[in-house]
Design a protein around this ligand. Structure first.
Ligand code: 5AD
Ligand code: SF4
Length: 459
């Protein structure tokens, strides 16, 4: 069998795609890089906003046409698969395999079934399952918990991913160990709300560590860099900031979604904190980590958001000074309380507010990136950049970075770079050695110069 997987949504979905891919390989499948080469296409879906759902719908339409012309099995997994909305789409487009986020390990059964197979249960075995580490990668994701026990009124995730379950720390450390043996240098601990690790009933009874202590444990594994995402401000304790500060491998990067700067809107979102409480968390984080890089998620145009509410979001942005932000227009999702109870704002109003927020975000990203010029940053270089002769990667604070290849640094690895230039989206640097001196750059291939100097080109 030749299988091709397509992933929408968050890093948790990327992790799950890898998990299912590795299962498929162990059942004898070949993972192929395009739909055309595949006889099994599996889409890992996202349900958090309307847009990714529309994309899946149109992709399934194309696949249904292809099914009429050649033998092709079509599957849908992930968040949308768990919803009635997704199941209706699956029926309409004749999807053969449907796996909810808690039933991913049913993939083997689904392949054997030889008829339509739908798996929608939340199964415990998933939490103990350890997928093999990714091949040849310096970065890896590591799920530490699944599901969410909060009930933000706009969010479909508690329905799609179910209640929170923390993974056993031994399983987490075993998976990490395998990743380290495979050469991983940066691990991102994943969960819908990683700060709440260990607080679900099962974890409490079993005496799992708190998230802060898990960070300390992971820090002792020898991994070079640790990141985590995502955090709910309600569960962000000062001990997490303290653990970050005392664990050198934990990167000085915190993604703490605020969603809105207005306490009135936050209350209607059922976020369980106020603007002041959120700013208190930020102050604690900055106290422990003065150079912290801060990122957030913001929803604009939540039902009932007034101009004053939105102005509070803009002023909170200034007060915190985020390096980056993921910004979304509110999307009314069937099945959520805000969809059922609150009237949506006009599209133009939401779009106009998003544009104003993007201006704010660009100003801050430009300012924050410009402040990095002249500093030395540790960069994890993933591989070739778009432009030949350059490598691309990111800093400990997740800033995308580009550097010219240098002697001793012509491929992936973790290096130090002096930042020489910055745009709001990118840092440009030069690699330096242990002595702080520039590493000699490798000569770059210049096609124009090569054409001129090549005798055969002279016509
Ligand atoms: N509309 C818009 N954005 C949403 N998010 C979650 N639900 C919605 C929605 N209904 C955003 C939040 C969350 C991120 C993953 O997606 O900002 O943090
Ligand atoms: Fe989308 Fe949320 Fe599911 Fe991730 S967990 S795929 S963001 S709905």
């Amino acid at each position: 069998m030749k299988a091709h997987l397509i992933t929408y949504g968050c890093q948790m979905n990327e992790y799950d795609t890898h998990l299912v891919e590795s299962q498929l390989v162990s059942f004898g499948a070949d993972i192929v890089p395009s739909v055309d080469e595949a006889d099994f296409v599996l889409i890992n879906t996202c349900a958090v906003r309307g847009k990714p759902v529309d994309k899946v719908r149109s992709l399934l339409g194309d696949l249904r046409k292809q099914k009429a012309q050649r033998p092709l099995v079509v599957g849908m997994m992930g968040c949308l698969a768990q919803l009635e909305e997704g199941q209706q789409i699956a029926r309409k487009f004749e999807v053969d395999v449907l796996l909810g986020p808690g039933s991913l390990l049913d993939i083997g059964q689904a392949l054997e079934a030889n008829e339509r197979f739908w798996g929608l249960q939340f199964k415990d075995e998933l939490h103990g399952h350890i997928p093999p580490p990714p091949q040849g990668k310096l970065q890896a994701h590591l799920t530490i918990m699944r599901g969410c026990d909060h009930h933000c009124t706009y969010c479909i995730v508690p329905t799609t991913r179910g209640p929170q379950v923390s993974r056993h720390p031994d399983d987490i450390l075993r998976e990490l160990d395998m990743q380290l043996s495979a050469g991983v240098q940066e691990v991102t601990l994943l969960g819908q709300n990683v700060n709440a690790y260990g607080v679900d009933q099962g974890a409490k009874l079993a005496g799992y560590p708190s998230f802060a202590d898990l960070l300390r444990l992971v820090g002792r594994s020898g991994v070079r860099r640790i990141k985590f995402t995502t955090s709910h401000p309600m569960n962000f304790t000062e001990d997490v900031a303290a653990a970050m500060a005392e664990t050198p491998a934990v990167c000085e990067y915190v993604h703490l979604p605020v969603q809105s700067g207005s306490s009135r809107v936050l209350r209607r979102m059922a976020r369980e904190y106020t603007r002041e409480k959120y700013l208190g968390h930020i102050a604690e984080i900055k106290k422990h980590l003065p150079d912290v890089v801060l990122a957030t998620d913001i929803i604009v145009g939540f039902p009932g958001e007034t101009e004053e509410d939105f102005a509070e979001t803009l002023s909170l942005y200034d007060e915190v000074g985020y390096d980056s932000a993921y910004m979304f227009i509110y999307s009314a999702r069937p099945g959520t309380p805000s969809y059922r109870h609150f009237a949506d704002l006009p599209r133009e109003l939401k779009t106009e507010r998003l544009q104003r927020l993007i201006v704010k975000q660009k100003e801050w990203s430009a300012r924050k990136n410009a402040a990095k010029v002249g500093t030395v940053q540790e960069v994890l270089l993933r591989g070739e950049a778009h432009e030949s002769g350059f490598l691309e990667g990111h800093t400990r604070g997740n800033h995308p970075t580009v550097v010219p290849k240098a002697v001793g640094a012509s491929g992936p690895g973790v290096y130090r770079a002096r930042i020489e230039h910055a745009t709001p989206h990118m840092l440009y640097g030069r690699l330096i050695g242990a002595d702080g001196q520039d590493l000699p750059e490798l000569p770059r291939f210049n096609p124009e110069a090569a054409a001129l100097s090549h005798p055969l080109q002279m016509v």
